[in-house]
Write a protein of this length. Sequence first.
Length: 505
Amino acid sequence: MSFETLHPLYRAEQVGELDRRTIAGGMEGFALMQRASAAAWQVLRDRFPEVRSLTVLCGAGNNGGDGHVLAALAAAEGLAVQRILLKGIDELGGDARRAADMATAAGVGAEPWGAGISLEGELIVDALLGTGLSGEVRGAFLDAIAAINVSGRPVLAIDIPSGLHADTGAVLGKAVRATATVTFIGDKLGLHTGAAADHVGERHFRALGVDAAAQDDLMPAARLLEDALIAAWLPPRRRAAHKGDCGHSLILGGAPGVGGAALLAAEACARLGAGKVSLATAPEHVVASLVRRPEVMVHGVRGAADLGELPSRADVLVVGPGLGQGSWGQGVLQAALDAERPLVVDADGLNLLATRFPRTYRADWILTPHPGEAARLLGCSAAEVEADRPAAALALREHWGGVVVLKGAGTLVAGPSGLVVCPFGNPGMASGGMGDALSGMLGALLAQGVPLEAAVWLGVLVHARAADLAACDAGERGLLAGDLASYARMLVNPTMGGDDAAATR
């Protein structure tokens, strides 16, 4: 399975171009609007079958037009429809005006938005602002979004929750918190990363008969990770395989007083199938590490000089978990950089790169920053990273090389093939050590010979899927990084139930 076969994601400008080409190819614009509204109506009926009344809030342009047509369809099916206008019908033109007139002809009343207006429907339809929004929401639209969010009603967003940036997933002042979102023609990158996790709800994509993949000059802005990658890149092992065939990973971390992170990475590495796992850590952590995981070869290291030939004997180095930024961590990181081995760099390894090695560029490493670490690597603020996560991920790869994992809701992977988004994971992952487990998984996959970029796709996917399975068993709150390893092991052994387990989410 290749990068090109993954589900494509587009930027708003690209989807607008697809829309224009579809119309230029012979489909009337209003017919396309009707097709979108019919798709949204079907999602509404499937997802909210008991609903008998709607409040549809309509803005201007095509997004508002979709709302007007949906209101007409709902009325024709006997639902009570309250239509609230942020733009008066007389202010509309083109297809949006036709749509508004269609709703009026269907007997749907219309009332202008105003302070104190009551939202009466059992379900609210958000057709306020579409994907063309780039500046902060203001005025009546801001007030309408606030009213939707405090209503306590389920919300269906048309194309995108109003106030969410279609390219970045950032909130432009305030955004609708939808229960479900139905989006059209091309799936939008901004629906899958950053703040989108709190606003999109269930995602439903409808192509409306438009074949975006046929437009060779419109390359997707990103693609979505899929479960099928696991079996594609991790087939069953040869019956005669031995540990030497499965690679040797060395975890470098656990400065004095902080030994747990490196041990979490080592355990995850072993569970994902590395043939041998070594751990170089401060001497005080050796006994605890052996008691916890005797299969890991633990070496007490007082400083970089004690590493000796350990880095050169390993196939892959994972450096950073519990590394610290003192002299111990600095020396160990320098030794790792000098070893000429593929690297996974996490945690304080990244912080040291930013301060001590700011001009280092390598093709053979994986960097796994969270937004704060990414900000230090880019010399900006974490808020700037979160304001445009896709741009930040691409900038990190351009500056540092290799493959970059920008962690967070809708984790992004920037590599030679382009940008990939992970659609899995859950809020239970907001606990210490999750990144350490990920770095160990990445080290295991590299050790087993998975190519660098594919190893990152797999590692990010398995890490998130394992967290989802763990949360299904016992809930999100209280999920620990150490819980992931056993679930991850199931996922990378599809013949043992990994595929079935993944399908339960």
